[in-house]
Design a protein around this ligand. Structure first.
Ligand SMILES: Nc1ncnc2c1ncn2[C@@H]1O[C@H](COP(=O)(O)OP(=O)(O)OP(=O)(O)O)[C@@H](O)[C@H]1O
Ligand SMILES: [Mg+2]
Length: 261
């Protein structure tokens, strides 16, 4: 079967500095895959190369079999991206935000309305579709942006820290949405997170990235087995990354209501 995400010796250098160092990765269709690692490990750089947002220095990347370097238009159609910064337009309604994306991806008129209703219903936002996004909480905006990334029925959805800055209740709502999205249509999800409990709750396999390399990869149960005496993912993380995520203080990220334009 064609893997959903495939990287071979994928490398990014900024001048003399190697941010991503010959990464090999294969994620199968339908996985909810976690990317973990300390600040500066290279997670975002890796994802930006995989999603065609950053030029690849060397190596290969394919999404659902589409070559990121040689077919950027093709790859745009098979992937959805939910960036860390909130990017929905505050001056538009929830429906309009969805509609703009749908048009951008060339979803035709009839399909647009059906698809938007389906996605907004799944996130509990259909009743509020006519409200300006400026009236939404951070959690509601995040929900909207997650389904906006699915408007063109991509095969793989990339999320960069989707619950950063959210209160615990909103975080649980997002978790439920992500679990729900995977049902049925074999969507593959790649999730970058600093919250180990989030990875434990959601992810099948995880990769721990450190200094541009994948230093551990497997299901959480498999990784725990590799680290004798480990009680949780935190212990596993410390073993492989040599330090705790918490030692670095709060994860980066602006206030939830940052304007995205
Ligand atoms: N445009 C750039 N020019 C030079 N160096 C860069 C650039 N982008 C990233 N880097 C460096 O590459 C390394 C990896 O950064 P990256 O943002 O991928 O890490 P990350 O794992 O996403 O970290 P975080 O958890 O803080 O988001 C860092 O040392 C960073 O400073
Ligand atoms: Mg990052």
């Amino acid at each position: 079967m064609t893997p959903a995400i495939e990287a071979r010796a994928l490398t990014k250098r900024f001048g003399a500095f190697t941010a991503v160092d010959a990464v090999d990765l294969r994620v199968e269709e339908g996985e909810l895959f976690g990317l973990l690692g300390p600040n500066g490990a290279g997670k975002t750089t890796l994802v930006r190369m995989l999603t065609g947002l950053l030029a690849i220095t060397s190596g290969e990347a394919r999404i659902a079999g589409v070559d990121v370097r040689t077919d950027p238009d093709g790859v745009r159609q098979v992937l959805g991206v939910v960036p860390q910064a909130l990017t929905s337009d505050l001056d538009l309604t929830a429906y309009e935000n969805m509609d703009i994306y749908a048009r951008y991806f060339g979803v035709d008129r009839g399909a647009r309305r059906v698809r938007i209703e389906e996605l907004l219903t799944r996130t509990g936002l259909w009743e509020r579709r006519k409200e300006l996004v400026s009236k939404f909480s951070g959690g509601m905006r995040r929900r909207l942006e997650i389904v906006r990334g699915l408007i063109h029925k991509p095969r793989v959805l990339f999320l960069d820290e989707p619950t950063i800055g959210l209160d615990p209740q909103s975080r649980l709502v997002i978790w439920d949405i992500l679990r729900d999205l995977r049902k049925g249509d074999s969507l593959t999800i790649s999730l970058t997170t600093h919250y180990l409990e989030e990875a434990e709750a959601l992810c099948g396999r995880v990769a721990i990235v450190d200094a541009g390399r994948i230093v551990a990869l497997g299901t959480i149960a498999e990784l725990k087995e590799l680290v004798p005496g480990s009680r949780n993912l935190e212990d596993v993380f410390i073993h492989f990354a040599g330090r705790s995520l918490r030692e670095e203080g709060a994860p980066k990220g602006g206030p939830p209501a940052r304007r995205g334009r």
